[in-house]
Design a protein around this ligand. Structure first.
Ligand code: BF8
Length: 649
């Protein structure tokens, strides 16, 4: 890289408010390479990959499409087929992340029911009973464990059902979709023939469907993307969240802190990273139990903080502070005070092991299919949860003495965050305004225009949009326009760090009408106001957004696509985000996606996703490459929906 380019790139890096320039300088001195440096080294990135017109599905290739010059791959597949096939594979890969996550939790519930996981219990019995009853499981006079076991059997049916697959399609479909989706949506999906039958079979089937010489119909492939979206939505997101709530409790509002400033110099710092809370919940518990042990090695105690979505899980339920989003995971180590980072699965950069080598940090992997050279692998099983968690916490305590004082720098930045806004928590807050019909105050505010619409902002931080502060700026622009923002994932880290998840943010940023509503609800709950950006959880908690919208649609007796709402993934990165976007599109939402999704290599696929899909599921992709453009298209969509519903625009 030329010197002038290097300077330009460093300017871009420090323009992001969440990048502490002193920490960056120190990391450089310590010999650390960060995500930004590797991103710069990758420039320019492949244009064929950007339009997804590269096919590597067989070894006639790799083939790529150059319009007017090379319009077909060796087998005859054109850009439309290649782009649609690639999109389906991305969505499928993303969905398996969430279905695997859900299965981890379901199998943990099974062990609990069998009495083989003594470290865990069932915290939300009411929720367990609600689902059991919806699925026709007898509950009266039975033990909670017996009911839980039967619930697990019904759930596992969604991963092994064969009836309705391939040969004889008999209209059987996912149990979890049946009890969590609205009737109107189910009928729409039935008519389209996209109701999934078996989550595992559907995700493995698309590998076959997209191999060389199988499905060559882009429209059919895109309908399969919608089906995979439903697998993701119900057998992944919603299922994972629901079972986690049963085991660990449904989140309720709690206050905490965010950003790198939550790391503490005199303490043993343990960072939980990844997505599944089964182990991190135990780490939090054992850190409390071994706090005095830490004092014996000269520390003031143990400080557990989180990154990415595992961090959010323990934040939502226990108020554990969050240190950073996906792009900050290396910086957490570069502070020099991370004694141990424990990871489970997804969004874990392999580079953390290299960064850790510059410090004393120990990296511990725990899942058998997620290993990183240079890390210590301590397999985690629910039946030995306590002894494993204790061992890991002790490892961190023992490592405290190895900290190198000359390499320590903790940025001061940290912000207060109000979190724990599950759909149930929102309903509880509304009950303080109207006990009998809690949704009424919310829906009345939507009808009157005091809440102009609701937007779910979700997803990752992308190094491609550095310097733009897309999450922060888009959120501010929307709440100023009286749009209530809810969201999850790395957006939540960004919004929290910007101070948008506090009652004060309502006063500072919300439009006058939204401010009035949030103050009224907040004051009924003993707060000056509800925050204008409601933290609904981790990425799997996107299912909570689906449940909330379903409840509003049912209350209003209209389909979800008729609501003045939208979704946005302004900095998406992962295949999981593709699966989530597919779920939202199947739900009938307009979804703003940035950077521009990798479908532009096909005019047909682009047209279907940005236009024709609206006539099919009600959803469509919105494009806006700056926060201002994004806010404009999202608000225009909400205005259109309000007009169609006969509401004030
Ligand atoms: O699931 S938002 S970078 S951390 S994929 Fe990953 Fe994206 Fe962050 Fe959680 Ni979600």
């Amino acid at each position: 890289m030329k010197e002038s380019e290097k300077v330009r790139s460093e300017i871009r890096i420090v323009k992001d408010s969440w990048v502490n320039s002193d920490l960056l300088k120190k990391a450089k001195k310590d010999g650390v390479e960060l995500v930004f440096h590797r991103f710069e080294a990758q420039q320019p990135q492949c244009v064929f990959g950007e339009g997804d017109v590269c096919c590597k599905n067989c070894w006639n290739g790799p083939c790529r499409i150059i319009p007017g010059k090379q319009d077909y791959g060796v087998c005859g597949a054109n850009a439309d087929v290649i782009v649609a096939r690639n999109l389906l594979r991305h969505a499928g890969a993303g969905a398996t992340c969430h279905t695997d996550h859900a299965k981890e939790t379901v199998l943990a519930l099974y062990e609990i029911a069998e009495g083989k996981a003594p470290g865990y219990g069932i915290k939300d019995k009411e929720k367990l009973l609600m689902f059991a009853e919806k699925l026709g499981i007898k509950t009266k006079g039975r033990s909670v464990k017996a009911i839980a076991r039967d619930l697990v059997y019904e759930i596992l049916e969604d991963f092994r059902r064969q009836q309705g697959l391939f040969v004889k399609k008999e209209g059987t479909y996912l149990n979890w979709l049946r009890i969590r989706a609205t009737k109107e949506r189910i009928n729409t999906w039935k008519k389209l023939g996209i109701l999934p039958v078996n989550a595992d079979a559907e995700t493995s089937h698309i590998l076959h469907q997209t191999t060389m010489g199988c499905d060559a119909d882009p429209v059919d492939l895109l309908l399969s993307v919608m089906r995979i979206g439903l697998v993701d939505g119900y057998s992944g997101l919603t299922l994972a969240t629901d079972i986690q709530d049963i085991i660990f409790g449904t989140p309720m509002p709690v206050k905490s802190e965010s950003n790198l400033g939550v790391l503490k110099e005199g303490y043993v710092n343990i960072v939980v990273h990844g997505h599944v809370p089964i182990l991190s919940e135990k780490i939090v518990e054992w850190a409390k139990k071994l706090n005095d042990t830490a004092k014996k090695v000269g520390a003031k105690g143990i400080n557990v903080v989180g990154t990415c979505c595992t961090g959010i899980e323990v934040l939502m339920r226990q108020g554990v502070p969050i240190a950073g989003h996906v792009l900050q995971q290396e910086m957490v180590i570069a502070t020099g005070v991370c004694d141990l980072m424990i990871v489970d699965l997804q969004c874990i950069y392999p580079s953390i092991a290299n960064v850790a080598q510059c410090y004393h940090t120990k990296i511990v992997t725990t899942i058998d299919y997620v290993r990183i050279p240079g890390a210590i692998h301590i397999p985690f099983e629910v039946d030995k949860a306590d002894e494993t968690a204790k061992k890991i916490v002790k490892l961190a305590v023992d490592n405290f003495k190895n900290r190198r004082k000359n390499k320590v720098f903790i940025p001061k930045e940290k912000a207060e965050v109000w979190t724990g806004f599950s759909a149930e928590a929102i309903i509880e807050a509304l009950k303080k305004v109207n006990r009998k019909v809690p949704l009424k105050p919310l829906v009345d505010a939507i009808k009157s225009g005091d809440i102009y619409g609701i937007v779910g902002i979700v997803g990752c931080r992308n190094p491609k949009v550095r310097g733009m502060r897309f999450h922060e700026e888009l959120t501010k622009l929307l709440i100023k326009k009286n749009v209530l923002v809810v969201g999850t994932g790395c957006w939540a880290h960004a919004a929290a760090q910007e101070g948008l998840m506090t009652p004060e943010a309502t006063e500072k940023y919300a439009g006058a009408k939204l401010k009035r509503v949030l103050k009224a609800i907040g004051q009924a709950n003993g707060l000056p106001a509800l925050p204008p950006a409601l933290h609904m959880g981790s990425c799997v908690d996107n299912g909570r957004i689906g449940v909330l919208l379903g409840a509003i649609a049912d209350y209003l007796k209209v389909p979800i696509p008729a609501l003045p709402v939208a979704g946005s993934a302004p900095e998406y990165v992962t295949e999981k985000a593709v699966a989530i976007a597919s779920f939202f599109l199947a739900l009938g939402l307009a979804v703003h996606i940035n950077p521009v999704p990798p479908v532009t290599g096909s005019k047909l696929v682009t047209k279907i996703l940005t236009k024709d899909l609206e006539e099919i599921t009600g959803g469509k992709v919105l494009i806006g490459t700056t926060p201002e453009e994004a806010a404009k298209v999202i608000v225009a969509h909400i205005r259109k929906k309000r007009k169609e519903l006969g509401l004030k625009v």
